[in-house]
Design a protein around this ligand. Structure first.
Ligand SMILES: Nc1nc2c(ncn2[C@@H]2O[C@H](COP(=O)(O)OP(=O)(O)OP(=O)(O)O)[C@@H](O)[C@H]2O)c(=O)[nH]1
Ligand SMILES: [Mg+2]
Length: 362
């Protein structure tokens, strides 16, 4: 199939607390990670989104014209789209409309490897379609192929709306069985503390795990400069201090406005977080947008009910960071580089400290 050409559409509500640009740039990176090419963007400034068409009907017609000029094959909408807005837009714009959740789910569908991961993604996709009435009449067939239509492992997503409900029940039951098996495997191992890596996607969690566990190539966790490289968590034994070891779990990266379908679907994977003694929250210090990313991660941890866990903050990628760049890093948090290995001794010491104080309180 030819490369899909994306026209990106966003409404800018000019909220000073939430500037559009970093999140829109992130959305475009997600679209490219899903395999499409960004051909253009249209930003509509409004005080509030239009209840009927999100962008306003005049703007919607402009989008349709612009899409044609650019030879776009799909329109990617940044903001949340209500089913009614989607339906109305569909009548003005003949191209398939793909939302942010569909893009993220598409990436997950392409990357999922484990049976549980695949079941989770398919379930999340079907729930999203059901909730948004995608799959009704023309919308699905118009999507054609590519971003927004792929199921895990090359299977094409079930298109018949009447069978979605039945498929969702089957998937739910299969996941239950897989999860039960996993809970048995995760039974406590002789008092070795469990440390879970958490953080925004692409901050270097898997790289850090490989460093800490001295994993090279064979058996190393998968590292890539792309969002959601890790979908299937790995667990490694890590040396901390003479006689002190931890089991360290890598996890799925978070993102601002993580689709709620995904939070639910990945709850099982994130159970790792619940059983963890300590969370190691990894932040990309080289990204000027790190405060937003850190806040998003904290919000999601809160939603998952694990915000109260003892946490060690660690700033990664300091090799890539301009030391004078704003915003400054807190002086007391460990700063490391998974690439060069800088700061790792200090980090190990912090983890030991946290694990010890945790054990003392237990
Ligand atoms: N310069 C620099 N790059 C790093 C460092 N740590 C990781 N990277 C790079 O950052 C990218 C993402 O690294 P990963 O380890 O896959 O990040 P992750 O947090 O596991 O990402 P997801 O699994 O996608 O959430 C890769 O290109 C790494 O090589 C670092 O300390 N310095
Ligand atoms: Mg990873």
């Amino acid at each position: 199939m030819a490369v899909e050409r994306a026209l990106v559409v966003a409404v800018d509500l000019r909220d000073p607390k939430r500037p559009l640009e970093p999140e829109l740039a992130e959305f475009e990176a997600l679209i490219e990670a899903a395999g499409a090419q960004v051909a253009g963007r249209i930003v509509q400034r409004l005080d509030a989104v239009d209840a009927a068409t999100l962008v306003g009907s005049g703007k919607a017609r402009e989008i349709a014209t612009r899409a044609e000029e650019l030879g776009a094959t799909k329109v990617f909408v940044f903001n949340d789209l209500r089913p009614r807005q989607r339906k109305n837009l569909d009548t003005i714009i003949t191209l398939p409309i793909v939302d942010r959740t569909m893009v993220i789910l598409d990436i997950f569908a392409q990357r999922a490897r484990s049976r549980e991961g695949k079941l989770q993604v398919e379930l999340a996709q079907l729930r999203h379609r059901q909730a948004n009435l995608i799959g009704s009449e023309t919308a699905l067939s118009r999507l054609g192929g590519g971003v927004g239509t792929r199921g895990p492992g090359e299977t094409k997503l079930e298109v018949d709306r009447r069978t979605i409900g039945a498929r969702i029940s089957v998937l739910g039951r299969q996941l239950e069985t897989v999860r039960r098996a996993r809970a048995v495997r995760r039974a406590p191992r002789g008092g070795t503390p469990l440390v879970a890596l958490v953080g925004y996607t692409n901050v270097g969690k898997s790289s850090l795990l490989n460093r800490l566990a001295h994993s090279t190539q064979d058996g190393a966790a998968f590292v890539a400069d792309q969002p959601f490289a890790t979908l299937d968590p790995t667990l490694r034994r890590v040396y901390l201090a003479p006689g002190v070891y931890a089991r360290v779990a890598d996890t799925v990266g978070f993102i601002t406005e993580l689709p709620k379908e995904l939070i639910n679907a990945f709850r099982a994977t994130l159970e790792e977080l619940e059983s963890a003694d300590v969370l190691l929250h990894v932040i990309d210090a080289s990204n000027p947008d790190w405060p937003r990313q850190k806040q998003s991660v904290e919000d999601i941890l809160h939603e998952l009910g694990v915000a109260g866990k003892p946490t060690v903050l660690v700033f990664n990628k300091i090799d890539k960071r301009d030391p004078n760049a704003a915003p400054a890093l807190p002086s007391d948090a460990p700063a490391v580089s998974a690439r060069t290995g800088a700061g790792l001794d200090d980090l190990r010491a912090r983890i030991v400290e946290r694990v010890a104080s945790q054990a003392a309180h237990a």
